[in-house]
Ligand binder design. Sequence first.
Ligand SMILES: C[S@@+](CC[C@H](N)C(=O)[O-])C[C@H]1O[C@@H](n2cnc3c(N)ncnc32)[C@H](O)[C@@H]1O
Length: 221
Amino acid sequence: MEEKTVVRNYFNETGFDRWRRIYGDEAVNRIQYSIRVGHQRTIDRVLEWLGDVQGRTICDAGCGMGSLSIPLAQRGAIVYGTDISEKMVSEARRRAQKSLPKDTTLKFDVVELELVNGQYEVVVCLDVLIHYPLPQVEKMLAHLSSLSTKSLILTYAPKTVLFALLKRIGQFFPGANKTTRAYQHRSVDIEAILERLGWKIARRAAIDDKFYFARLVMAER
Ligand SMILES: C[S@@+](CC[C@H](N)C(=O)[O-])C[C@H]1O[C@@H](n2cnc3c(N)ncnc32)[C@H](O)[C@@H]1O
């Protein structure tokens, strides 16, 4: 089965409940709690890097439940959140309705990353590339790159010993063999792709908690 189909099914089925709890505020186990904390630090860092977003156009590709899209819209950005999973998008819409006024500048659609259209000042893709091997990441970044006029912000899971161990525990990845569905990437490989696509790395951050490992990169034209 194609990687994308496996990921879509996962986020429409077993993965949906797991990630709804992680990205929510109810009690969770310590692994999920660590992922929640780490992920929130990533969101906070992106909001800090972007600063004043009033009136800026931002595409949140693989937006999940709107953890970034919603605060961006609250700060006045014009946000287009897209995701491959219908269930994730309907939860994002539900959360947005609860916390944003009706005439909001936020729109969510079910669209896979490589079929998103339009031009945005900023394109963001958080905690999505972990689901894909490098050749597919390269194609995805080429498409995201074509959508952005100024900045591209993304995370990937770094190749570290701790993370490899976690992957073997297989706590939160899809598939019958859970260990096959998380891909770690080397910073040199991701940065080389971005450079080939004409980007310069403007900022980098390592965001690690006990069970959450992300490398956050902001690239500019
Ligand atoms: C771990 S969640 C992260 C969600 C969100 N970016 C965040 O940080 O809160 C990964 C999300 O990527 C989405 N996704 C995975 N592959 C995708 C693809 N090819 N196109 C669009 N969305 C995708 C999943 O459905 C899921 O909602």
